[in-house]
Design a protein around this ligand. Structure first.
Ligand code: SF4
Length: 326
């Protein structure tokens, strides 16, 4: 392994997180990614009822971010319009309940992305990665073709939408694939400036029980985190999901360059075997290493000036409702 590059910490001793709850508009998906246990075959999906969505939001008053995480309907399907209308309606519901929606629903047409961007302060789509390991995992997932993902990230940049993306790591990709993906994201950010955060997500096997990251996997990812910090422009936050790291090793990931823990719900709908540590537990572990856990909204402050006025007006009052730093 090559020596890790020197880590600069553009965000000081703060480690941010977003109090959030996840709604799944539908778990039906026309893709079939090799690792996905979230997906149901179209026709066997569960569709979220608006009344149930409202009840879930009402039950979590501290969750200021409503993450809409949806399975996908084929762009040519007759069901697409109804699916997209549901995303818009749930976004409006979140706003109406005094929250901020953040939608991650796969590739969107220009018109769809623009419409969601007017009522979502930020949107998300994982790049996942470059190279043959991803091609094999996504052989039956047209939405995951690399050209589609790159086009989506460019489109979000042209529209000026604050955006979250990321890499899925540990699926057999080569170091050169990782570096190529990071270099591409860095160039994208220099073109458009809209990438607010890059998630460095360890792939974890699904199942009834969690399989913690081993020591070799941790060492590999720590080197990658430091490399990402050196390659990506300094304004881009680096995020990792805290439930996918052993709690005792999380400080090492932060020392390597992670400065954000993403939206934290009470569970993880994608990796349900990996329980979310509570913000209190995270704050205690980080404080021991001299880091301060600091809540944020779904859109990072550096991108607040990017938002349409109707959304921007909501931010300061909502930020005042965030809990105190841990
Ligand atoms: S696109 Fe997402 S929901 Fe659909 S199969 Fe792939 S990982 Fe699962």
């Amino acid at each position: 392994m090559k020596p890790a590059p020197t880590v600069s910490r553009p965000f000081g001793r703060c480690v941010t997180w977003s109090p959030s709850l996840t709604l799944v508009p539908t778990n039906g998906c026309f893709n079939a990614c090799g690792y996905c246990s979230f997906r149901r075959i179209p026709g066997q999906e569960q569709v979220l009822d608006p009344g149930a969505a409202e009840a879930r939001i009402a039950a979590r008053p501290a969750a200021l971010e409503v993450l809409l995480l949806s399975g996908e309907v084929h762009p040519a399907s007759q069901e697409r319009a109804a699916w997209f209308a549901r995303l818009l309606a749930l976004s409006q519901l979140a706003l109406g309940c005094g929250r901020l929606p953040h939608t991650n629903a796969g590739p969107l047409s220009l018109r769809e992305m623009a419409a969601l961007g007017r009522i979502n302060p930020s949107l998300g789509l994982m790049l996942e990665g470059f190279g043959p390991a991803y091609d094999a995992l996504h052989a039956h997932a047209p939405s995951k073709r690399l050209a589609v993902r790159l086009g989506q990230l460019e489109q979000a940049g042209r529209l000026g939408i604050p955006f979250t993306t990321g890499l899925l790591l540990g699926v057999g990709e080569r170091r050169s694939d990782r570096l190529a993906a990071l270099e591409w994201l860095a160039a994208l950010q220099r073109r458009w400036g809209h990438i607010q955060e890059v998630i460095l997500q360890p792939w974890r096997p699904d199942g009834a029980q969690a399989t913690p990251l081993g020591a070799a996997e941790q060492a590999d990812l720590l080197e990658l985190i430091a490399t990402a910090r050196a390659i990506l422009p300094p304004e881009v936050h680096l995020q990792t999901p805290p439930n996918l790291w052993p709690l005792a090793a999380l400080s090492a990931a932060i020392a390597a360059g992670i400065d954000d823990l993403g939206g934290i719900d009470v569970g993880d709908v994608i990796n349900p075997a990996y329980p979310q540590p509570s913000p209190q537990a995270l704050a205690a572990v980080l404080a021991e290493a001299g880091w301060q856990l600091t809540p944020r909204l779904c859109v990072h402050r550096g991108w607040w000036p990017w938002l349409p006025p109707a959304l921007a007006r909501r931010l300061a009052p909502l930020a005042a409702r965030l809990p105190a730093p841990g």
